[in-house]
Design a protein around this ligand. Structure first.
Ligand code: FES
Length: 392
């Protein structure tokens, strides 16, 4: 719900939030961060493609192999170029309406085809152009306004993701929930309750308890360097207590297998990284790592980017992992196991729809790692994306 031109969250609610106000306000995500928004294979040479990120309509194109990104809105009358993309030269896009023409590389207005001598082309006007990097088969866009001061992509992805020998296969889908429900579900150590009937447990030869609860000892660490990825790392060890038996008023109502003999013990760590990336390591097998991104599309949708990575240095190893991914993990891990995660996020969207739940929620000890990430995100974000950022 929009409360005023510049407010997505009721100020009365924000005033009651203690410790993570920016996080609650960041309904559209954080500004001045890198986000993966498309697969590299989805941006073809000379074929503009649309995307939405943090509420902004974007248009991307590949020119001589390099991907560029501009805002999909003409300065003149505000129409979208994507209604009818016209690229009369490789380096420019022309608005279909009156011929305002812009450079892909910097968004600068170069000509008005229907009025060649217009004074509006003064060398200063243009549409927003966003920095782009490609890595691991993904197109990352820097949703930011800090020209000349763009942090490295490595600061906004989990450690290890960009390693040269990390061979990654990625896919994505739109989920009907705010991005923060993706973040908090993935990093939630007791949400595995929803996975107790997953077929992946048998397929991966695993033992998965009903939940992990921290003992008296804090079960996570915070990585908070000046430069480099910022995140919260939950490590499984003696300080977390697995629950294999479910009781209601003293009566055992559920049990899951607890014998770990000969089983794969995965994962050992789960970590959440700014602005919106999860690392589950190892998962779903002892030789693979799942990296996920919950990318804000707008206030009620996120792009769920799922990737699996493995150490591979030769084309043969990459082909072997691609076969394993297609035959096994694409279904058992990314669809069957992660299906309930998507369902849970969409259910949480209902619960938090009017934002009051941010101050009404009854968190418990096991949510401490989530609270730690909220605090960290509120302190280390590089800006909150607001409705005014979309208009200007
Ligand atoms: Fe784009 Fe007029 S609206 S040129």
């Amino acid at each position: 719900m929009l409360h005023s031109a510049d407010e997505l969250v009721d100020p009365a609610i924000l005033d009651k939030v203690r410790g993570w106000r920016d996080y609650v306000e960041a309904k559209l995500g954080f500004r001045n961060h890198w986000y993966p928004i498309l697969l590299s294979s989805e941006v073809e040479e000379g074929r503009p493609v649309t995307a939405m990120l943090c509420g902004e309509n974007l248009l991307l194109n590949r020119i001589d192999g390099e991907v560029f990104c501009i805002r999909d809105r003409c300065l003149h009358r505000g129409v979208k170029f994507s209604r009818k993309p016209e690229c009369h030269t490789k380096a420019t896009i022309t608005c279909w309406y009156h011929g305002y023409t812009y450079r892909w590389s910097d968004g600068r207005l170069t000509d008005v085809i229907a009025a060649p001598d217009t004074r509006i082309v003064d060398g200063n006007r243009g549409v927003r152009a966003y920095p782009v990097r490609e890595a691991k088969g993904l197109v990352f866009v820097f949703m930011g306004d800090r020209e000349g001061n763009v942090p490295p992509l490595a600061d906004d992805v989990p450690p290890g993701f960009l390693d040269d020998d990390n061979f990654v296969i990625a896919r994505h889908q739109v989920v009907a929930s705010n991005w923060r429900h993706g973040v908090e579900n993935g990093f939630d150590t007791t949400h595995i309750y929803i996975h107790r009937e997953s077929r992946l447990i048998q397929e991966g030869n695993m033992v998965l308890p009903l939940g992990f609860a921290p003992s008296q000892t804090k079960s996570f660490e915070i990585s908070d360097p000046e430069d480099g990825p910022v995140g919260v790392i939950e490590t499984y060890g003696p300080h977390v207590v697995p629950a294999f038996e479910g009781r209601v008023e003293g009566e055992t109502v559920l049990t899951v297998p607890s014998d770990i003999t000969g089983k794969n013990l995965v994962p050992s760590t789960i970590s959440m990284w700014m602005p919106c990336a999860l690392k589950v390591d190892p998962w779903p097998s002892p030789t693979t790592t799942q990296f996920e991104f919950y990318v804000p599309i707008d206030d009620t949708r996120h792009l769920y980017v799922q990737t699996l990575g493995t150490r591979a240095t030769t084309p043969e190893e990459e082909r072997a992992f691609t076969r394993e991914f297609n035959n096994r993990w694409a279904y058992y891990a990314l669809e069957e196991f992660n299906g309930p995660d998507i369902w849970a996020r969409e259910a949480a969207e209902e619960g938090y729809a009017d934002d009051r739940q941010w101050i009404d929620e009854a968190l418990f000890e096991a949510d401490e790692n989530i609270v730690a990430f909220r605090r960290l995100a509120a302190r280390r974000n590089r800006g909150v994306q607001r409705p005014a950022d979309i208009r200007n």
